[in-house]
Ligand binder design. Structure first.
Ligand code: PHE
Length: 379
C-alpha cells in the first residue's frame, strides 16, 4: 500500500477533515493529497512547476504588453461549489461531469466538489474585480487507469476581459496571445493549427494543436466567454464592451511531451532517481532509470445493472496505489440480460521489482473488494 515518507507526512499538515461530510465519494488518499501544502505545480525543481512557471511567464508577458494588471494565483483551494464548477459555467444538468462516476463530491448533498477544472474559479474572480488572470492548480476527475490518466492532475487557466472590444478583436487577441505563448515554448517554427472546440462556457470555442514529432498534439482549449458567464461574473457585456476570452490547459500532458516522461505516475514519484534529474526552470529529457517488468492479472465478473467502470478503476487504484499501471477491458459478452466483463490489470512499479506474492495479494484484494463493494459476481 501507500507508504508515507517523512516528507509526505509534513505535506499533510492541514487535514481539513471537517470539510468533508457523509455520503461523499472521495477516497482518503485523494482527499489527503488535495490538502497538501506544497503541491507539485509549485514544488521547485519538479517538472510540473517548471512548465507552469514557463507558461505563466509567457502569458504574463503577453498580457502585460497589452495593459498589465494581471492577477496570478497558484494556491486556490480545490474545494469549490457545484455552482462554481458547473452552474455558473453553463454546464448542463445532464452533463456527464456532474455525475458521481466522474466527479468527487464532498458529501451527499453534492453541493461541494473537488474542482474538475480550473475554470471553476473564473466567475468568482471576475466578481472580485479581476479582469486578467492566470491561475493554476490541481484538478480531480474519476477516469481511466493508464499511462496518461491519473485522478489528480494540474491545469492552468487564463482570462482576459476587455472594457472595450468587439468580438472579432477578442478572437484575434486570443489566438495571437496563445500562439505566441506556444511558439515561445515549443520553438518559433512550431506548426500550430486551430480546430473547433466545444465547451459550454465559451462560444466560439477552439482547440490549439501543435505538430510535434510527427503528430498533431492537442495543447489547450479556449474561446470567447459566453455572455451569460460574464453576467455571472458580475459584468454587463454589450456588443462592444466587457467581452473576453478564456483558455485552459493540462500541465501533465505538456510536461510529458517536453520532458519525455512516459508515465503520468512518475510525477508523483518520491524516488531520488526521478527528482534528482530535474532543475528548476530547465527542460531536459527524462532518463529512465530502469524499466521493471510488468505483471498481468485478469479478472472477470458479471456486472449488476448499476455499474460504472470508473468505480472499478478507482477500487484498483485504492488497493494498488501507484503500483497499477493500467486497467483495460479485454472482453465483454452478454448472456440473456446479464453482462460479463473481463479486465486486464497491469501491475508495475516505477521504482522496483514486485514479488509474485505481493501481486497475488493485491489481486486477491481486488477480487474480494469488487465482490463486496461493486455488487459484481466473480466468474
Ligand atoms: N476547462 C476546460 C477543460 O478542462 C478548458 C477550457 C478553459 C476551455 C477555458 C475553454 C476555456 O478542458
Amino acid at each position: 500500500m501507500r507508504s508515507m515518507t517523512l516528507r509526505g507526512l509534513f505535506r499533510r499538515w492541514c487535514s481539513g477533515s471537517s470539510l468533508r461530510g457523509s455520503g461523499g465519494n472521495i477516497p482518503d488518499w485523494i482527499w489527503e493529497r488535495s490538502r497538501f501544502v506544497d503541491k507539485l505545480h509549485v514544488r521547485h525543481g519538479h517538472p510540473l512547476c517548471t512548465i507552469r512557471g514557463m507558461i505563466e511567464a509567457e502569458m504574463l508577458a503577453g498580457l502585460t504588453k497589452k495593459g498589465g494588471g494581471v492577477h496570478v494565483e497558484t494556491k486556490l483551494d480545490p474545494v469549490v461549489t457545484s455552482r462554481q464548477c458547473f452552474d455558473e459555467l453553463l454546464v448542463g444538468q445532464d452533463h456527464p461531469s456532474r455525475s458521481e462516476s466522474d466527479t468527487y463530491f464532498l458529501d451527499g448533498t453534492k453541493e461541494r466538489v473537488l474542482r474538475t477544472h480550473m475554470t471553476a474559479h473564473d466567475t468568482e474572480l471576475l466578481r472580485k474585480g479581476a479582469r486578467r488572470f492566470i491561475i493554476s492548480g490541481d484538478v480531480y476527475r474519476r477516469d481511466a487507469v493508464d499511462r496518461s490518466h491519473y485522478p489528480i492532475f494540474h491545469q492552468m487557466d487564463g482570462v482576459n476581459v476587455f472594457e472595450r472590444a468587439n468580438r472579432k478583436h477578442v478572437e484575434d487577441d486570443l489566438k495571437e496571445t496563445l500562439s505566441s505563448m506556444a511558439r515561445n515554448i515549443f520553438g518559433k517554427d512550431a506548426n500550430i493549427r486551430w480546430v473547433p472546440g466545444s465547451f459550454p462556457f465559451t462560444s466560439p470555442s477552439f482547440e490549439m494543436e501543435i505538430f510535434w514529432r510527427g503528430e498533431w498534439l492537442e495543447v489547450l482549449g479556449c474561446g470567447e466567454l459566453q455572455e451569460q458567464v460574464l453576467i455571472h461574473g458580475g459584468l454587463v457585456p454589450t456588443e462592444t464592451e466587457n467581452r473576453g476570452w478564456a483558455f485552459g490547459l493540462g500541465l501533465e500532458r505538456l510536461a510529458m511531451v517536453l520532458f519525455d516522461i512516459p508515465d503520468i505516475r512518475l510525477f508523483w514519484s518520491e524516488d531520488e532517481r526521478f527528482s534528482s534529474q530535474f532543475q528548476d526552470g530547465v527542460v531536459q529529457p527524462f532518463r529512465p532509470y530502469s524499466k521493471y517488468p510488468p505483471c498481468y492479472k485478469d479478472i472477470a465478473f458479471w456486472v449488476p445493472t448499476r455499474y460504472h467502470e470508473n468505480h472499478f478503476f478507482e477500487l484498483v487504484r485504492g488497493i494498488a496505489g501507484d503500483l497499477v499501471e493500467s486497467v483495460e477491458e479485454i472482453d465483454k459478452f452478454a448472456r440473456g440480460d446479464r453482462l460479463s466483463l473481463c479486465y486486464r490489470v497491469v501491475y508495475r512499479s516505477m521504482d522496483r521489482s514486485l514479488t509474485n506474492e505481493e501481486i497475488d495479494s493485491l489481486q486477491d484484494q481486488v477480487r474480494a473488494k469488487s465482490a463486496a463493494e461493486l455488487g459484481v459476481t466473480l466468474r
